[in-house]
Design a protein around this ligand. Structure first.
Ligand code: SAH
Length: 253
């Protein structure tokens, strides 16, 4: 059995109990480069083999894992945040299927969740937005035509944009072309949950300038939408006049 483990956004305490246990029991650990905090490996087996996959090809990763399984060893593949987002995990799963090796995924705290925590904001505010769009802008890797930034921006939902802070100027202008006004609040969270975390707040009109000034070029999320503002309706969940399964309010509806 091979485990794909979400390592969380950076803070070594933001991994699941299960993920931590599996890392500590592992004989072979393959982790994704610079974004996985090495502090997560402070209590691993003394003779555990640890590989940084940053300089490895898919074939090499699969060889290391395949050999470990053949030798009856415990292998873990550690991904940053949650493996299901920009983790290139599916191609590894398919390869394991082909090799007849069983695997399980242990989810992690994605960086977009750590970013909301650091911002002290809720992505889904009543009367503001009930939808979160997680996306990235095309760079060296393309994005399907139907998911171009302008098209997604037309919804004016909450947006969290991965892997794109390096093109912040183009990103902000395309978001505005798509429908958000220049005054829409926007924030960049760099290295959410790490000691060196930085938050840059602004509007779509001035964010690029602020981000450049802060010297942020990678490992950051761009968040956009009125969820960053102060106007919203109160949630009906805690409204005294609103009943639900667990609480009967004054007026039934
Ligand atoms: N699977 C990861 C995402 C991997 S793609 C997850 O669930 O978070 C790598 C991109 O994720 C980075 O370029 C950056 O946009 C974002 N990212 C990862 N960790 C981050 C962090 N701690 N703070 C801000 N952005 C982060």
């Amino acid at each position: 059995m091979v485990y794909f483990i979400g390592a969380g956004p950076g803070d070594p305490e933001l991994i699941t109990v299960k993920g931590k246990r599996l890392i500590e029991e592992a004989d072979v650990i393959v982790y994704t480069g610079s974004l996985v905090n090495p502090a997560l490996f402070s209590e691993i087996k003394k003779d555990a083999a640890v590989y940084n996959s940053a300089s490895m090809t898919l074939k090499e990763v699969m060889e290391v894992i395949g050999q470990a399984v053949k030798d009856g060893k415990k292998a873990v593949r550690v991904h940053t945040g949650d493996p299901s987002l920009y983790g290139a995990v599916r191609e590894q799963m398919e390869e394991l299927n082909r090799l007849g090796i069983d695997y399980e995924v242990v989810p992690g705290v994605s960086s977009f969740l750590a970013a909301a925590a650091s911002l002290g904001r809720e992505y889904t505010l009543p009367g503001v937005s009930q939808t979160v769009i997680l996306t990235r802008m095309e760079g060296r890797t393309p994005v399907p035509e139907k998911e171009q930034i302008e098209a997604l921006a037309a919804h004016q939902a909450t947006m969290v944009i991965f892997l794109s802070v390096g093109q912040i100027e183009e990103l902000c202008s395309r978001l505005m072309e798509g429908g958000y006004g220049a005054g829409t609040p926007a924030a960049v969270v760099y290295k959410a949950s790490w000691p060196e975390e930085k938050i840059v707040q602004g509007t779509l009109g001035d964010l690029a300038k602020r981000v450049k000034k802060a010297g942020i070029r990678k490992t950051a999320l761009v968040t956009v939408g009125e969820f960053l503002g102060d106007a919203f309706a109160l949630s009906r969940l805690y409204d005294e006049n609103f009943s639900h399964e667990y609480r009967v309010g004054k007026c039934e509806d």
